[in-house]
Design a protein around this ligand. Structure first.
Ligand code: PHE
Length: 343
């Protein structure tokens, strides 16, 4: 009976389709086969349609045979479909792979802000000279910023530093010198420190911004162990290491917290001392203030039988001179075109 029913079924075609499924190597080819085999007008539908014309006695065997084929075809189709789909996913994962370690020409390299770069250079020098790095608060009180630095209330020298005051009497430190006071109050001599940090003054023009950076230096030793000669020697060496082969001069000056005091000039790095616009035709550029610590400062912190020297410098001024930046304000405008030049 089964054999007989075969004459109605297109065995060869069905087996050939099975072979085609196994051999198809793309999802598109497989989809075409699916329509040809399982579709509304597909081979199976055509075969099943024959049922109505087959004699009743042979119907069962014919249907069974056809169903077996259908099952076989379905199974090999499903298996092939899974396989091809997995392959496609693998392929996609491979081709979509993003190598995050690859160099991108779009990414721009950052740079240290010239002020920070200069600050680092200054710090590097003094660390090598065995100075410790100290810090203090930016919001200070009158005692640390003025009083203990030999600047009593109503002293005219307070006008040198236009101060930002809070209503409660606190203030934004006008220099890094209060860090000297804090350090001396919390520790015994000897001291060999620098204090880098931001300071604030009510000032805004070509060479002043309301916030800028200073590096303070303080050395305190047993009485008689440090002199102006030591101060001169280290600042000479420091300035040469920053600006190269320049001439250096110490010019008598005044600071309430040092006596004697000096301002230090270097020969103009732009005109080599001949006189130009930057040095106001003097041939010299002022770069820092310094002096021998005033006895009144030691008195304020309770230090006895000591001597010491101190110095203070403006980091922006150093950066401007080292990089020939004409307007100090441009350092704080955050303009990428300025910063790009320091990459
Ligand atoms: N504090 C001084 C200023 O801000 C600089 C200075 C520091 C001078 C230490 C002498 C000694 O101008």
């Amino acid at each position: 009976m089964i054999l007989k029913s075969y004459r109605y079924t297109n065995e060869v075609i069905l087996e050939h389709l099975s072979e085609q499924i196994i051999q198809s190597d793309t999802l598109e080819a497989l989809e075409k086969l699916r329509i040809d085999i399982f579709g509304k007008k597909g081979v199976l539908a055509t075969e099943f349609a024959k049922l109505k014309d087959i004699p009743a006695m042979e119907k069962k065997a014919f249907a069974e045979g056809l169903n077996r084929h259908k099952e076989t075809l379905q199974n090999s189709f499903d298996a092939k479909f899974d396989m091809l789909q997995n392959e496609a996913i693998e392929q996609r994962l491979k081709s979509d792979f993003i190598d995050v370690s690859l160099y991108s020409s779009l990414a721009k390299k950052g740079a240290l802000h010239p002020v920070m770069e200069t600050m680092d250079k200054i710090i590097e020098y003094f660390v090598a000279m065995n100075f410790s790095i100290e810090s203090g608060p930016m919001v200070e009180d009158d005692f640390h910023n003025f009083e203990a630095l030999n600047l009593p209330k109503h002293h005219p020298a307070r006008d040198m530093q236009d101060t930002f005051y809070f209503r409660d009497g606190h203030l934004l430190r006008t220099h890094t010198s209060p860090v000297q006071i804090r350090r001396m109050l919390e520790t015994k001599p000897p001291i060999r420190m620098i204090a880098p940090g931001s300071v604030f003054r009510r000032d805004y023009d070509l060479t002043h911004t309301p916030m800028f950076h200073q590096v303070e230096g303080l050395v305190v030793e047993e009485k008689g162990k440090v002199s102006f000669a030591n101060l001169k020697s280290i600042l000479n060496d420091f300035l040469k290491s920053m600006f190269g082969d320049v001439e250096i001069r110490f010019r008598p000056s005044f600071f309430p917290f040092t006596e004697p005091s000096a301002e230090v000039d270097i020969s103009c790095i732009f005109c080599k001392g001949k006189g130009c616009r930057v040095c106001s035709h003097t041939g010299w550029l002022e770069v820092l203030g310094c002096g021998i610590v005033d006895p009144n400062v030691f008195k304020a912190v309770g230090y006895k039988e000591v001597s010491g020297y101190a110095f203070g410098l403006g980091v922006e001024r150093f950066a401007m001179l080292m990089h020939q930046i004409p307007d100090l304000r441009s350092l704080f405008e955050g303009d990428i075109r300025l910063l790009e030049q320091f990459r």
